[in-house]
Design a protein around this ligand. Structure first.
Ligand code: MG
Length: 326
């Protein structure tokens, strides 16, 4: 059935132009203008969400928008960058109504106010396939203040923010139902899956303190593996040091297999970083100031690869690779 819609330009005017920042020129020109103060650099990242892969047709459109934006913000945070602007490209099925687009734009509006960035441009097309949404985020960092994956040094301690495994469990709850878990715990896990909390302020404030950083998107162990590979180092982590939320801890109980699964689940969007041991005091202070748990989970060593130890200090074999879309 063909439905009347506002069309490409109508949707831009109604839903997206109100989100435009000064550099976006009202979304009315050919391209955007990006200011960057002297001594600072633009940090750019892009993420894509494909219907049926990253979200489902009946997922709330505002939450689809927020997750897409937040995945990008988490990447900026992992570089120590402050978010400033974003560009959005949508390829939507012709049957997609204006209401979906309106709610999608509302989600973006709420989050750009919350995280302090603006839409400055993009493109929209229609497709005969599933919806594809692509968001490019631009942040800013002082020259030399960026935090790379490649700086981990043997002797560094490894820390992670927040809690790990909630999104993995939230997706499980959505797919398989809640099992034995209390309804409020289920709801908490689903929120963590649908609207992760990118650690924007933590990322910015860790500049000059840490040696290497990554956001946990593929899974704690896989992402730590990326840091080790880029740094030419090895790491050992203690599985029972991995921070769990109350609902996750309730589900894990004594199930060490599930605990290990959470370490290789994905979508946490917490920050994982390494720093010299004496930075622990500063990091604890930052944790208190931001009211965000930051937990030491292991140590960087010379060599290669990630070693995972159980509660008795025995090596655990984990399914390799972390979470993958393909
Ligand atoms: Mg990342």
């Amino acid at each position: 059935m063909h439905r009347e819609t506002l069309g490409e330009f109508g949707r831009i005017r109604e839903f997206f132009a109100p989100l435009a920042g000064p550099g976006g020129l009202g979304l009315g020109d050919d391209a955007a203008l990006v200011e960057c103060a002297p001594g600072r650099r633009i940090v750019a990242t892009v993420d894509q969400a494909v219907e049926g892969v990253h979200f489902l047709p009946d997922d709330p459109p505002d939450l689809v928008a927020k997750k897409l934006l937040r995945r990008n913000l988490s990447d900026l945070a992992a570089m120590g960058a402050m978010p400033r602007h974003y560009l959005l490209t949508t390829a939507l099925p012709k049957s997609r109504g204006d209401d979906w687009v309106k709610r999608f734009a509302q989600g973006l509006g709420e989050d750009q106010r919350r995280f302090g960035l603006h839409l400055i441009g993009g493109d929209s097309t229609s497709t005969s396939g599933p919806a594809v949404l692509t968001l490019t985020a631009l942040g800013e960092v002082a020259v030399g203040g960026e935090i790379r994956r490649s700086g981990a040094k043997p002797g560094d301690r490894i820390w992670v923010s927040g809690t790990i495994g909630d999104a993995f469990l939230g997706l499980k709850v959505l797919r398989e139902g809640n099992g034995a878990l209390a309804p409020e715990h289920c709801a908490e896990l689903v929120v963590r899956y649908r609207t992760p909390d990118p650690r924007v302020e933590l990322g910015v404030r860790l500049g000059g303190i840490v040696h290497a950083m990554i956001d946990v998107s593929d899974g704690l162990i896989a992402d730590l593996g990326h840091v080790c590979e880029q740094s030419g180092a090895a790491a050992t982590v203690r599985l029972n040091a991995m921070p769990l939320s109350e609902p996750a801890a309730a589900l894990v109980g004594g199930d060490e297999t599930l605990r290990a699964q959470l370490a290789s689940g994905g979508d946490d969007y917490e920050l994982l970083f390494t720093a010299a041991p004496e930075r622990g005091v500063t990091i604890a202070r930052l944790s208190a100031a931001l009211d965000l748990p930051i937990t030491e989970i292991g140590v960087v060593e010379s060599g290669s690869g990630v070693r995972v130890l159980d509660a008795d200090g025995r090596p655990v074999a984990l399914a390799a690779g972390g979470w993958r879309h393909f």
